[in-house]
Design a binder for this molecule. Structure first.
Ligand code: GDR
Length: 347
């Protein structure tokens, strides 16, 4: 039997890691999912996708250079996808050191390991739209847009991104960078606003209870589908030349609109009343409050709205783009209703 190619996914139990693991398995890859010690319970995503028994789980600590080196030496992967690190922007103000350690230094350790041990391995690194300067209203950001990060998370990603670029240019590594705009789906963690809404809409639908408490409903994001983005990542790594790519939809949607799409899909009739800190979302058919603004969820230094231009991605690979945000909101809430019907409330 022909030998399969090996893919190592660092952060393989997270949202992107789980999606790409499934897609790589479907393409015949041997898949190694790296997870951080202590996060073994996070295998729920691999279970959800029915692939837990098909991947090899590997304990990886991105902060431990020798551990990384050992793992890469023993697996000798053909492709490496690096998703590990701190991903919650708001928390990075509280944990700036941990954030830079994991995201910047962790990436540097990985690059050094690849350079010394497996320079033939191809790398895909996920950076963030957070690295960009505040855009002019109405403009879309691309790979050449001005970088000027405004929070510790964004600085950690910018640093890592520059390191990956430098290792590509100076050492000839095949290392691509995805500049990722927000990407969501049923495997999203509940601390992110889209999943927080769909999880709680399912709770309200099936059990009732307290309204969802949210921060600014007017905040808007360029929300794409994680599953559609990871499929495109695989294609970019297969390009002859490594490069930088923006992953986005080009459209901005407010938290309010996302809530409206998801609530309607769940069978509510959402209407909004009040404004700013007193805004609420009501189910018109029953008069019950679905969501209300709570000041503790406001971010004192929230990132400005920004949307991305994927001309380069569309030109280099045959990509159909992301599914529409309304479809994604609907899919997410239906999965959460299904989970709750099955008694699954801890994911
Ligand atoms: P973000 O995602 O910070 O953009 O980072 P998040 O879903 O946390 O916030 C999106 C927007 O929603 C507003 N918001 C709330 N956010 C949360 N989490 N909880 C709330 O109750 C709430 N109410 C309103 C936020 O203020 C913000 O404007 C994501 C992560 O995936 C990063 O890792 C990634 O780099 C960027 O997207 C691109």
């Amino acid at each position: 039997m022909a030998k399969s190619n090996k893919a190592l996914i660092i952060g393989g139990t997270g949202q992107d890691g789980a999606h790409i693991a499934k897609q790589l398995l479907e393409q015949g890859w041997d898949v190694y999912c790296g997870f951080r010690r202590g996060s073994a319970s996070k295998t729920w995503r691999l279970i959800h996708l029915g692939i837990l028994d098909e991947v090899t789980l590997v304990n990886i600590n991105i902060d431990e250079p020798f551990n990384l080196t050992d793992v890469i030496k023993s697996i000798c992967p053909d492709h490496i996808y690096h998703f590990a690190g701190e991903s919650f922007v708001a928390d990075s103000f509280i944990h700036p050191v941990t954030t830079l350690q994991a995201n910047s230094m962790g990436t540097l350790f990985l690059l050094e390991s690849i350079r010394h041990i497996a320079p033939h391995s191809r790398l895909f690194f996920t950076s963030s739209s957070e690295v960009f300067a505040v855009p002019e209203p109405g403009t879309l950001l691309n790979e050449d847009s001005l970088v000027d990060p405004g929070n510790p998370y964004a600085i950690s990603k910018m640093t890592a991104q520059q390191l990956v670029k430098m290792y590509r240019e100076k050492y000839g590594l095949h290392a691509s960078i995805g500049i990722m705009f927000n990407h969501e789906g049923p495997l999203r963690g509940r601390n992110f606003v889209t999943r927080k809404m769909t999880y709680n809409l399912a709770r309200l639908k099936l059990e009732g209870g307290a309204p969802i408490e949210l921060g600014s409903l007017s905040a808007s994001r360029d929300w794409g589908s994680a599953e559609d983005y990871t499929a495109a990542m695989i294609e970019t790594v297969q390009q002859e030349q490594a490069d930088d790519y923006v992953f986005a939809t080009g459209n901005l949607t407010s938290v309010r609109s996302f809530l409206s799409y998801a609530a309607s899909a769940a069978g509510f009739d959402p209407v909004f009343e009040g404004e700013d800190a007193t805004e609420i979302c009501i189910d018109k058919s029953t008069g019950a409050t679905i969501a209300q603004v709570a000041e503790r969820y406001f971010r004192p230094f929230d990132t400005s709205a920004r949307a991305g231009d994927t001309t380069k991605l569309n030109t280099h690979i045959d990509w159909k783009g992301s599914r529409p945000v309304a479809d994604m909101a609907s899919e997410m809430v239906m999965v959460d209703i299904d989970r709750r019907n099955k008694g699954i409330t801890n994911v």
